[in-house]
Design a protein around this ligand. Structure first.
Ligand code: SF4
Length: 708
């Protein structure tokens, strides 16, 4: 038996795994005791990873060959790589010539490795010349990106996982790590056992497994997080619990924020949030006065039309109390996907450029042109492109003619599915690069390109604590599958040839691409020019910035990444959600993860035992609400929003807040009988700053379903 060290491909915790294999077949997996994210532990998904690579899965559920559809709706036929690459390059060149480079959109994924991201970024911006490249990471963490930039000056989570052990008080807000980041939750549980007096505050409209562990659960109304943060800050100021010296030395904008939160006494904030005022005071006291307070937050803050405001309001609380830049203290956003961070670092998104550069800056574009060996910045699109929701809306309007989609399933995962499916149907050309064969998006693809996946490819990922880990190939790819960057490069070279110029992507290995990425970080806040793959192999995963060595914690000297070194208090008013509940649609629907499933289940759904925890889609409702609506546990109900409807079994659940409703996000149309699955009913409204859609709030009606 052989063993290969790699990284789990599911969530942003980024656990190390040891792949057991015979050189041709993966036979087992176990946690890597040397990896500092998990020290050998794995959650249920990680423990069963090898079952996503059994011979049956490889044969029947993987996409194994390049395929082409002669017409939409036709059965795809197998073709060779050479033919697929040539035809795709010719069709993209024809669309580019007829409609311009901006008629082509590229939609990629936080599942991709940093090297794949870099290749796609060059394909979009340097080869095709389109600004329209974005990632499904837009759906999970873009509000955290903008929140950090507005408040601290750079997109850099300042904390480390070890801060979970070091904190005296932890505020978990809009996150359920017990299910979504299980290994971090194990670390949190252990820390509480080892630390008498430890306080855990959980803010969540649902009584989750994480909330069960809390000393204080603030079960706020969905969407009221900014009101809560303003109320907490008001309480902190009123009782004199602020860190006045830190505010004076290291921040700016406190007076304007104080004027704003003056209007948010705890009584008012508690009323808006639907919680007890005494609980709000208690939370403020624990958070401000603990020797060190850490916040952990995720989609409950990010997936919102006020996502950035929710992030900055929480960071305000850290700044006002000086709970930042010290061991156990700081605002720590948890990333959803295994390499959402790598996508941010490599700038493979509409609102980012490599090395945390800004597409609004001409100077930054000029630097990228120089780094990529282009003659002039004019060779690049020079502006930001469509973000995820905008991209599919533009395609649905007929403005985009081609979509190249990689490693994601927008025909299930994007909100407001009617628009997404119109977009896919209307495009002249849809290319899907995927590891798994049977996704909803695959039905729309003109070309299906088989991608290598976990255990079959080399590269790097970055987890939530800025730690770069190696992903290593253990076995050959399934069928004719190839590494994502290789697929991109082969077609990019044909496009460059068609345009009569020398290739702009010429990597021999994934490491070549990583070295190009590394060069783009020189002198930036995420500088990794002191790091190499040899160091990662010798010393294991490392946290950035890494110039002379790794960096566990940022802003320890009270200086931030802004021009003047001061963090900013961001004064943003509380805004209600984009959609309001009403007599017609009285329930606030949230969607979220199950413990044992991942995204659209294309990978986790190949493992039968992962359905043991929850085996079918359900809509959960508070029993009191159900009684008022004369609905009974187990009956079929119709869930209706302005955009669509689903029919699901009802589950009465006292853990759901009154007037709330909850559905797991994973179920596609084959499970719920609605085009687009769960997202047939969710909305595409997004945060104006981060463009992250409001997946955590849709106004819905729930009523007895009358079956035909
Ligand atoms: Fe994988 Fe996340 Fe589980 Fe770790 S916590 S084993 S990274 S799914």
């Amino acid at each position: 038996m052989n063993e290969t060290q790699s990284t789990c491909p599911y969530c942003g915790v980024g656990c190390g795994v040891v792949i057991e294999h015979d050189g041709g077949q993966i036979t087992g997996v176990r946690g890597d005791p040397a990896h500092p994210a998990n020290f050998g532990r794995l959650c249920t998904k990680g423990t069963n990873l090898h079952l996503t690579a059994t011979p049956v899965v490889l044969q029947h559920q993987r996409l194994r060959d390049p395929q082409r559809r002669s017409a939409r709706g036709a059965t795809p036929e197998v073709i060779g790589w050479e033919q697929a690459n040539r035809e795709i390059a010719e069709r993209l060149l024809a669309i580019r010539a007829a409609h311009g480079p901006e008629s082509i959109g590229i939609y990629i994924s936080g599942q991709l490795l940093t090297e794949d991201y870099h290749a796609f970024n060059k394909l979009a911006r340097a080869v095709i010349g389109t600004p329209h490249i974005d990632s499904n990471s837009r759906l999970c963490m873009s509000s955290a990106v903008v929140g950090y930039k507005q408040s601290l000056g750079a997109d850099a989570p300042p904390c480390s996982y070890e801060d979970i052990e070091l904190a005296d008080c932890i505020l978990v807000s809009g996150a359920n790590p017990a299910w979504a980041h299980p290994i971090l939750f194990r670390r949190l549980e252990a820390a509480r056992n080892d630390k008498p007096g430890h306080k855990l505050i959980v803010v969540d409209p649902r009584r989750t497994e994480t909330a069960e562990l809390a000393d204080l659960h603030l079960q706020i109304r969905p969407g009221t997080d900014v009101a809560l943060s303003h109320g907490l800050l008001h309480a902190v100021i009123a009782r004199g619990w602020i860190a006045a010296d830190f505010i004076a030395a290291s921040t700016a904008g406190f007076d304007a924020l104080k004027a704003l939160v003056d209007a948010w006494p705890p009584a008012r904030a508690a009323e808006v949030c639907g919680i007890r005022e005494a609980d709000l005071w208690q939370a403020a006291e624990w958070f401000a006065n603990a020797p060190s307070s850490l916040s952990l937050y995720c989609q409950g803050l990010n997936q919102s039309s006020a996502g950035t405001a929710k992030n900055t309001a929480l960071i305000n609380l850290h700044l006002a109390t000086g709970q930042i830049g010290r061991p156990g203290a700081g605002p720590f956003s948890l990333t959803g996907q295994p390499n959402a961070m790598g996508g941010r670092e490599s700038g493979g998104m509409a609102t980012l450029l490599p090395g945390h550069r800004d597409p609004a800056s001409g100077e930054d574009w000029a630097e990228i042109a120089a780094l990529w060996g282009l003659d002039a910045p004019q060779d690049l699109p020079g502006r930001r492109g469509h973000t995820a929701v905008e991209m599919f809306e533009a395609a649905a309007r007929g403005e985009l003619k081609a979509l190249w989609i990689a490693c994601t399933n927008p025909a299930q995962s994007m909100p407001d599915q009617a628009v997404v499916r119109e977009a896919l149907a209307r495009c002249e050309l849809v290319i899907l690069q995927e590891a798994f064969a049977h996704t909803a998006t695959a039905r729309y693809a003109d070309y299906l390109l088989p991608a290598a996946t976990w255990g079959e490819k080399d590269g790097t990922v970055t987890n939530s604590e800025r730690r770069i880990s190696r992903v290593r190939q253990a076995v050959p790819p399934a069928g004719q599958a190839r590494a994502d960057w290789r697929i991109v490069q082969d077609i990019a070279q044909l496009i460059d040839a068609g345009l009569g110029r020398k290739p702009r992507l010429q990597a021999r290995t994934a490491e070549d691409l990583w070295l190009e990425h590394r060069a783009a970080t020189r002198g930036r806040d995420l500088d990794i020019t002191g790091l190499s793959w040899a160091t990662l192999d010798a010393d294991g995963p490392q946290q950035w910035p890494y110039v002379d060595g790794p960096t566990a914690r940022l802003y320890t000297d009270g200086r931030f990444a802004t021009a003047d070194g001061r963090a900013r208090f961001v004064a943003r008013a509380y805004e209600p959600t984009a959609e309001a509940t009403s007599d017609e649609r009285p329930f606030a629907l949230t969607t979220g993860r199950l413990r044992d499933q991942w995204h659209g289940m294309s990978r986790s759904g190949t493992v039968p035992r992962l359905f043991a925890h929850e085996g079918r889609p359900l809509v959960r409702l508070n029993p009191a609400d159900a009684a008022r609506a004369a609905l009974a546990d187990g009956q079929l109900v119709r869930v209706r929003s302005r955009r669509g409807e689903l029919v699901l079994p009802l589950k009465l659940d006292g853990n759901v807040a009154p007037t709330g409703a909850d559905i797991a996000m994973h179920w596609g149309d084959e499970f719920v009988g609605a085009q687009g699955g769960i997202n047939a009913v969710t909305q595409g409204s997004f945060c104006p700053d981060s463009k992250q859609p409001e997946l955590k709030f849709s106004a819905v009606a729930i009523e007895t379903a009358e079956l035909p």
